[in-house]
Design a protein around this ligand. Sequence first.
Ligand SMILES: [Zn+2]
Length: 139
Amino acid sequence: MAFYRKKRRKAGPSKNDEKVRRAQTAEDHERAAGTLSSRFPSVRALKVKVAIATPQGVVLEESEETYGPNDPFFLEADCPGSCGSGSYDFAVLIAQSLENLQERGVAQIICAEASYSGAAGAQCGCVAKCEFIAEVIPS
Ligand SMILES: [Zn+2]
């Protein structure tokens, strides 16, 4: 017996399309961002630790990455919270610190996207904490 699946009505872009589009945008951003060495020639390595937690303090995601001179200076994380669309951009904050010759620091970004699980007008409110340590070539 043949099985006919009901055709689903298409409402807006599918999740997969959106994923592909986001990946492409991310790639464009990566290219535009330049490498670590092109932005900060004296930085030999950059260790970045990120922890993203809900407003209640439940850690949803933790990561640690080390960037080399040829890696793109692209430090963005998707928000795993209830917004489903937020992202955190640490590059600006870290770049500011490096420009001020601070080799280490902590940045914190709160997601301001609308939350889909809460009441109308509620914000996602997830908190991303980013800790970084730069290894600078001694001059
Ligand atoms: Zn969020």
